[in-house]
Design a protein around this ligand. Structure first.
Ligand code: ZN
Length: 278
């Protein structure tokens, strides 16, 4: 080899070595997974480089990572958003993550006390979470429903609310929105006593607060009434949510002892909650 060729070969080798040395090391690499990105339409085996909690690159070539997860044979996708999730506890959140759900929202039934609902989760949860201020729950409170579970057991669902009682419900919804509710929740199949006049008053509260109304059955074109049966309500439901209204970000539980979740009486595995779609 002539001196010139030897020098050229040395330079090329040096450049290759420098390039290899300068390839970054990511905090986390998810390698060999089938990356599916609905936004770009990408659906192919790729390597995902993550640094500082953000995706920095999606590469066809192998990447270096401080931590590498081999996702061969698995799908890598954005986290799923569950808009109708009544299982709002640590144990359920843990199961959701295993299903790919990273945001869990209780926006149908919702809650009657937004401040307390968020306070109960303030120590940190592993998924994003949020709740609506619920018309059903407001009704149960105002009409003194005997039920203590998710849905009305009597008058809270079937009772006719007076003008003053509807005003009380409006106040509950307004307070919930002020406290950070992500929407106003409805389930008129469970509140057959609520006529359209009552519903419209509640819609106005939602509109005044810039919030969506979630799971609102569309009145029948033929009768002008809300669907009464559960199936009819489901089939005509509209789903919408204002994510900008204060969805709480996931963060690691403050105490390692809280994860994995305790098998306490309070957080007993709730298969019914996890799977039931009421
Ligand atoms: Zn439900």
């Amino acid at each position: 080899m002539t001196p010139i060729r030897l020098a050229s070969a040395t330079i090329i080798a040096a450049v290759i070595l420098a390039a290899a040395c300068s390839s970054p090391t990511y905090d986390l690499v998810i390698a060999n997974g089938r990356v599916m990105d609905p936004e770009s339409g990408l659906d192919a085996v790729r390597h995902v480089g993550i640094t500082g909690g953000k995706i920095v690159t999606i590469s066809e070539r192998a990447l270096k990572g401080t931590r590498v997860v081999d996702a061969t044979g698995l799908v890598v996708a954005p986290g799923f958003i569950d808009l109708h999730e009544h299982g709002q506890n640590e144990e359920s959140y843990g199961l959701m993550v295993r299903d790919g759900v990273t945001s869990a929202l209780e926006i149908e039934v919702g809650t009657g006390d937004i401040a307390n609902w968020y306070a109960e989760r303030e120590k940190g949860q592993i998924v994003n979470y949020g709740a609506s201020i619920g018309h059903i729950k407001a009704r149960m409170q105002v009409l003194h429903d005997p039920g203590t579970a998710l849905l009305p057991a009597g008058v809270g669902g079937s009772g006719i609310a007076s003008d003053a009682q509807q005003a009380e419900m409006e106040a509950i919804l307004r307070r919930g929105l002020a406290e950070g509710a992500v929407a106003v929740g409805f389930g008129s199949a469970y509140t057959p006593g609520a006529n359209m006049a009552e519903m419209e008053r509640m819609f106005r509260v939602a509109g005044g607060g810039g919030a969506n109304c979630n799971r609102v059955p569309v009145p029948s074109r033929r009768t002008g009434r809300s669907p009464r049966s559960r199936s009819a309500a489901r089939s005509s439901s509209t789903f919408a949510i204002a994510f900008t209204r204060g969805l709480r970000r996931a963060r690691a539980p403050s105490s390692p002892a809280t994860w994995p979740p305790r098998r306490s009486r309070r957080h007993r595995p709730s298969g019914r909650n996890r799977s039931a779609r009421r």
